[in-house]
Write a new protein. Sequence first.
Length: 451
Amino acid sequence: MSSNPVAETVASLMPRAKAELTELVAFKSVADFDQFPRSESEAAASWITTALEAEGFEDVAVLDTPDGTQSVYGRLAGPEGARTVLLYAHYDVQPPLDEAGWTTPPFELTEREGRWYGRGAADCKGGLVMHLLALRALKANGGVPVHVKVIVEGSEEQGTGGLERYAEQHPELLAADAVVIGDSGNFRVGLPTATSTLRGMTMLRVKIDTLEGNLHSGQFGGAAPDALGALIRVLDSLRAEDGSTTVDGLTGDAHWPGLQYEEEQFRQDAKVLEGVELIGSGTVADRIWARPAVTVLGIDCPPVVGATPSVQASARALISLRVPPGVDAAEATKLLQAHLEAHTPWGARVSTEQIGQGQPFSADTTSPAYAAMADAMAVAYPGQEMQYAGQGGSIPLCNTLAALYPAAEILLIGLSEPEAQIHAVNESVSPEELERLSVAEALFLRNYAAG
């Protein structure tokens, strides 16, 4: 990285950043309180509160949001008449999944082969550390030239909408001229990238009932309707022969016009086993950024170990549908529900329950804030021009902010590049990316203030 005072300050702060991220990762802040203690999330919120107060933030508050979780807010005053920038991150994390699959403990930040491993290291506790580094670098080099608001969400991964509803009830709280969402990532390590679109998301539980109770498969099998078999039929109806998502009434032929994702690179990033085909049609970018994608997240049925020779009376699944830009998530939810009901065989009883929903998002990349970020990225990543990419994941707050503050410019950057393996075992963050993006964010705030 070319020498400049902001970059030098960030470099000097990296040991502190690692220490803070170590403390943050140690909190098992999964906002599913049936699986993880609420006290872990509350402790993480308390840590963030203390950190913001130590940086001179005012009006620091733990917000009790309608979904029963907590978000943390703070405001840092800039020069009189300056613009206001909202910085977003979230401290809740995905469950660690199979802890035995982790090379090192998921809630202990561990350095290995130049990366820092731990649940939330990239998604998105590292995003909060990025914001802190950027602000500290500016304070050490002439001051923060804008008014800053920080909001750190406590339930983003659950998609339960607590912060969105809180913001709608308190519309003045997060008002800003620009918003930096620190929860996406570069297209690859070392290539500065702004995320210009996000797919939305809906999650449904589907339950199928066929019998009053399980039956002996020898005595009744062959005529008694099997609920698990019916569920398998329903789930299979959600995909075409090539694996493309097929929900009745939902189009799936859109094309991504921008940066392309080479198929071989995708296979490496996704760690697809040799000989296994990718699913769907069109380019990889079409499939992951511009088209709907259904995923079966889980099935309730007897495990193989301990299973008995029984015809199952009931079966249940959790289904995720990623919704591309241009499609209304509420309408997609209705189409998915109707599809599941229409494709349930044998007159079986079917019920659906919506668990979460978020709208897709498209940014205005022609805005002055994007020009300011592109200039900042060019300094933080010498010789590289900022690229625009889509992201298959969802950040529901983006659409809420866009609706509440239509004049605000919303930018998405972050640490979740492909090697980070977010949501999977062995999640990690590149410290070099953390350093460079912190420099970029600091320079963006300076550029934006001067624009």
